[in-house]
Design a protein around this ligand. Structure first.
Ligand code: FES
Ligand code: FE2
Length: 434
């Protein structure tokens, strides 16, 4: 169904709905929704074979990710169920992770398999079961499933399943609620302002900017509901009269796929905004190039220059995002925040507050995607509260493909708009050309 909601605008969200969307700890309705899907927790390079255990915070739960002495991956509670010491300091040995305090040993499934100080009959061992969640690797990251019941499938989008030379994954921590990150990634209007910049590269090769964003600051936005979430179209007129279409996507429950660059887009990003707790989240980025190898050195260098060893942007609230108003005066950037686009986004979302008070906002006509994604999320939460299943879960291999998925940046004819373009490309019975 195609809906053009361009002229609709809506006032703020109620406090109850804002709480439903932003509270994600154990036992919360929003947390139940997020736990119904696999969630990325770390990039592969953070947990190489033979790597050390690492503490991980996700959905307000403190966990430790580790490999046992056979390199099997495990994700178990950070605090030892004996008397609470931090297991990420533990020893990898004897088929598990051994707590340093009294030597209790846990396998990757959370079973207690040794308690050296207890009687040898091991009966007490069998009474102790530690929190543990299944983990899997796909697309350059480690995913976990924290929900009840049988885990669904991890989706097989091309940005996760393409040959390794075509893709790369990164993670950065942002100091605000996950929904603010998601909303910035689905907001196709802000690029005309926040990311506007002159055509030049900085020393690290950061963005030359996309001139089309600022050539038309009134994009026509349309949305369509799909099997996986919401397809988002933005259409801009370029200075020389072309029609510049971007087709991005919202993927249940916290994913997006923004296109990269001006047409013809060589690829796109997958982005997942995963709560660490309600006041911080990880932005996982999957950089995907359709044809030809991704320039991993370029991307690695760009990330190394802009993200610190603490996995947070170098530009951050503590240094006022290193804003340089000279850039504005010289016409180099709109925001004076350099050329690294994710740092612009970090400024925008972190300064909304740890949890944005959406009872105070005033949504305009360019916020139709924000409104629609919130509606979809609220409907999903309420469906689950009524005993239903979360939307878009994949349970059958043959459904783990996405014929209605398009992510692209194109010039299109005057006789088409975003939905018409997608109808023509997808057509009845056609697979989406990613
Ligand atoms: S606290 Fe871990 S073994 Fe005692
Ligand atoms: Fe952005």
């Amino acid at each position: 169904m195609v809906r053009n909601l361009r002229l609709r605008s809506q006032a703020m969200l109620s406090k109850d709905d804002n709480d439903l969307l932003t509270q994600t700890g154990p036992g919360t309705p929003g947390g139940d929704l997020l736990r119904s899907y696999w969630q990325p927790i770390a990039t592969d390079d953070e947990m190489p074979p033979g790597g050390d255990p690492v503490p991980v915070r996700i959905l307000s739960e403190d966990m430790v990710l580790f490999r046992d002495d056979q390199d099997r991956l495990g994700l178990i509670g950070l605090h030892c169920p004996h008397r609470g010491s931090d297991l990420s300091y533990g020893r990898i040995e004897d088929g598990g992770l051994r707590c340093l305090y009294h030597g209790w040993l846990f396998d990757v499934e959370g079973n207690c398999i040794d308690q050296p100080g207890e009687p040898e009959d091991k009966k007490f061992c069998q009474k102790v079961r530690h929190t543990a969640y299944p983990v899997e690797q796909k697309g350059g990251v480690i995913w976990c499933y924290m929900g009840d019941g049988e885990a669904p499938l991890i989706p097989d989008y091309q940005f996760l399943t393409a040959p390794e030379e075509n893709r790369m994954a990164f993670r950065v921590i942002q100091q605000c609620n996950w929904l603010q990150g998601l909303e910035s990634s689905t907001d196709l209007a802000h690029t005309s302002y926040l990311h506007r910049m002159g055509a030049a590269k900085d020393a690290a090769g950061n963005s030359t900017g996309n001139p089309y964003y600022s050539e038309d600051i009134h994009p026509k936005l349309d949305i369509e509901h799909t099997s996986f979430g919401v397809r988002i179209h933005s259409l801009r007129k370029t200075r020389d009269g072309k029609n510049y279409l971007r087709v991005n996507n919202y993927i249940y429950p916290c994913g997006t796929t923004p296109t990269m660059g001006a047409p013809p887009a060589e690829g796109y990003q997958g982005r997942w905004h995963v709560p660490r707790d309600d006041e911080s989240h990880c932005r996982f980025e999957f950089i995907y190039r359709r044809e030809g190898a991704l320039d991993k050195e370029f991307w690695g260098q760009m990330k190394a220059t802009n993200v610190g060893p603490d996995k947070q942007h170098i530009r951050r609230a503590e240094n006022r995002y290193m804003q340089d108003r000279g850039e504005i005066t010289r016409g180099e950037t709109f925001a004076g925040l350099g050329r690294y686009i994710p740092a612009h986004d970090a400024y925008a979302i972190e300064t909304q507050g740890k949890i944005q008070d959406r009872t105070q906002e005033h949504l305009g006509s360019t916020d139709i995607v924000i409104i629609e994604v919130r509606k979809a999320l609220l409907a999903a939460i309420k469906k689950m509260q009524a005993g239903g299943e979360a939307p878009g879960l994949l349970r059958d291999l043959k459904h783990n493909q996405f014929p209605d998925f398009i992510c692209t940046a194109q010039f299109i004819g005057d006789d088409e708009d975003g939905p018409a373009y997608c109808r023509r490309v997808l057509g009845p019975g056609k697979q989406a050309a990613e």
